[in-house]
Design a protein around this ligand. Structure first.
Ligand code: UDP
Length: 384
């Protein structure tokens, strides 16, 4: 290349680079404005929910029971029997049919039933212990089935997951299953104090198995830009080969307490909602919640851009990178949302709120029963 050609080449490249740079700067500014607009809007619209006796979550109970407002007959219960395990509270004792697909999950549920049995009128209900909800919304008359998680496509009645006490996923760190929200709350809150915002590692973080492919873009971003994100797949019980960890050896598990070291924590759906969600907030880190379809009973009271950062489930590596970069450059906003999310879970999702939810749910449900439940010989007394 002669001198003239070289100068021309350099000039064209410089113009192109400048053009590219200003275009991406423009796009970044546009995205920043959009995000700031959404954060301001969420803040202006947010009204804290009423907390006396846990009434914060009451609208969800009414909402879930709305399809049954004309009453629940014995035939409706019989028709739903194959969708779960039959429970009865009769004369203030708890009874259950013998079959329970996941005994540790039934144990987690029975812990709460034993707390409320003295305040609960006679009720009979079918409780699904699978991850997946059972009642498609617009498919015939809905049957009353209790499930822990659903999307808006289902008419299941949500109950607080068994894992608030026992029966959560068994991982190396929790070999008998994740549970005991009471003690995990304490240990995570304690660890959060060791990692104040200014000392946290300025990176996105995720550890978990590949229960949904929605997690892949973050794992790939971490492999390409480890300075921005530390995300890796761990083994679960279904792991067969490196394919199940996106063609990399499984990573070591990291305790929920140790998540508190990082500023930005990611949550994704798994088979249904992931139990991870509530724990992440207690770290006082900023939660990035990918996809908002799968819910537990308390999710709708947490607001995107106020308590957490919502991420589109189809977000690409680049989309995730852009939003992470935005929050790295707007540390005050990141910290504020992290604190708001922390405060919500800390003050509204205590063990007594879970007990309150069960109690109120069963009291409201009992009002809809059009028959008097009667014991039969398929039901066994649960002694706790
Ligand atoms: N988990 C954890 N540390 C890890 C991996 C998983 O604490 O290194 C927890 C995680 O927070 C979740 C549970 O184990 O509550 C199961 O996680 P996984 O990703 O396997 O499944 P998910 O239920 O999220 O679909």
């Amino acid at each position: 290349m002669n001198t003239l050609n070289f100068a021309l080449f350099y000039f064209i490249n410089a113009v192109a680079c400048h053009h590219d740079h200003s275009r991406s700067k423009n796009m970044y500014d546009k995205l920043s404005n959009q995000i700031i607009g959404k954060i301001n809007k969420a803040k202006n619209e947010y009204t804290s929910c009423y907390t006396k006796n846990g009434t914060c979550f009451y609208p969800n109970i009414l909402n879930d029971l709305e399809p049954f407002k004309n009453g629940i007959t014995r035939e409706m219960i019989t028709g739903a029997a194959d969708k779960g395990t039959r429970y009865m509270i009769y004369n203030h004792d708890v009874y259950r049919e013998a079959k329970c697909m996941f005994p540790a999950r039934c144990e987690g549920i029975e812990y709460f039933l034993s707390k409320i049995q003295l305040n609960t009128p006679d009720v009979e209900f079918i409780l699904n212990t699978r991850d997946w909800p059972q009642i498609i919304k617009h498919y015939g008359d809905p049957k009353p089935v209790f499930s822990f998680s659903k999307t808006d496509d289902y008419a299941d009645i949500m109950y607080p997951a068994w894992s608030f006490w026992s029966g959560g996923p068994a991982i190396k760190l929790h070999p008998s299953g994740l549970g005991r929200w009471d003690s995990l709350r304490k240990s995570i809150l304690k660890q959060a104090e060791q990692w104040p915002w200014k000392n946290k590692i300025n990176k996105g973080f995720f550890r978990g198995s590949r229960t949904s492919e929605q997690r892949d873009p973050l794992i790939l971003l971490s492999r390409n830009q480890p300075e921005l994100v530390d995300a890796a797949y761990t083994k679960n019980q279904a792991w067969k080969s490196d394919k199940d960890t996106l063609f990399a050896p499984p990573a070591d598990e990291i305790s929920l307490e140790d998540h508190c070291q990082y500023k930005y924590l990611f949550n994704f759906r798994g088979v249904a909602a992931s139990f991870r969600f509530k724990h992440l907030f207690l770290c006082k880190s900023l939660v990035f919640h990918v996809g908002e379809d799968w819910k537990e009973f308390f999710y709708q009271f947490m607001k995107p851009w106020y308590h957490y950062v919502p991420i589109n489930p189809n977000a690409s590596e680049k989309d995730i990178k852009n939003i992470l970069v935005f929050f790295k450059e707007h540390d005050d906003l990141a910290k504020e949302i992290a604190e708001q999310g922390y405060r919500f879970i800390r003050t509204h999702l205590r063990m007594k709120d879970i007990t309150w939810y069960w109690e109120t749910l069963l009291q409201e449900y009992a009002k809809l029963l059009k028959y008097k439940p009667k014991l039969d010989n398929e039901l066994n007394l649960i002694n706790r």
